[in-house]
Ligand binder design. Structure first.
Ligand SMILES: [Fe+2]
Length: 216
């Protein structure tokens, strides 16, 4: 995760063109996995157990100011891997691309009272996601920044109050945060990042590509 890319236009910046900025249409994929397949209710119990059992491995050194498992939990936990495979399917669905996506990072977190996440984004990954294992209507929302309101057409914060089983997939470059949790309840979730497999795994070999794509 990185917070190096700001979204405010710096009028004195040498980078840019006459203070122009871009409004780009970004999709957010939403799906409640419990409605997609009832087997996710069982998986959800296993994910919750795994996250609790693992506990905090990151000691709050990341943007996430809550108990957090390490970034590669999908490589050590079969239930995370199962969820990851569903996310991969959903990322590929509807995309006319021969390359599939792979999970590069995946972690679980337990937020309690006063826990929060700093504003940040996940560039240079392609897709990022959050899945909600245990939440209520009082636990902290996920808040995207600089969303264009459909009626007011102005950039503003867009809070999402997730339900258990909800999965959101969005372009990794979107700035987001989790405000400090007010209630004394657990908020358990999983997040992750994806990239196309040939980039993530460096299977893509430039000299091979050049051989087959000679300039004429
Ligand atoms: Fe994030």
């Amino acid at each position: 995760m990185s917070d190096e890319l700001g979204y405010e236009v710096n009028k004195n910046s040498p980078f840019g063109w006459k203070n122009f900025n871009f409004v780009i249409s970004f999709p957010i994929r939403y799906e409640n996995l419990f409605q997609r397949n009832s087997s996710f209710r069982e998986l959800n119990k296993k994910l919750e157990y795994s996250i609790r059992k693992t506990g905090d491995e990151m000691n709050r050194v990341t943007n996430v100011q809550a108990d957090m498992t390490d970034y590669k939990t999908h490589l050590s936990n079969a239930h995370f891997e199962t969820l990851g495979n569903t996310v991969i399917e959903l990322c590929r669905e509807g995309m006319k691309n021969k390359h599939k996506f792979v999970i590069c990072d995946m972690w679980g977190a337990i937020y309690k009272k006063d826990d929060w996440t700093k504003p940040h984004q996940h560039w240079p990954y392609t897709w990022s996601f959050t899945y909600y294992v245990k939440v209520s209507d009082k636990t902290s929302p996920l808040v995207f920044q600089n969303a264009i309101h459909p009626e007011r057409h102005t950039p503003e914060a867009m809070p999402i109050q997730p339900k258990v089983g909800d999965l959101f997939i969005w372009p990794s470059i979107i700035l987001h945060e989790v405000p400090k949790q007010v209630v004394d309840e657990e908020r358990i979730m999983i997040a992750g990042n994806l990239m196309m497999d040939h980039i993530a795994t460096e299977k893509f070999n430039y000299s091979e590509w050049k051989k087959h794509n000679q300039y004429k």
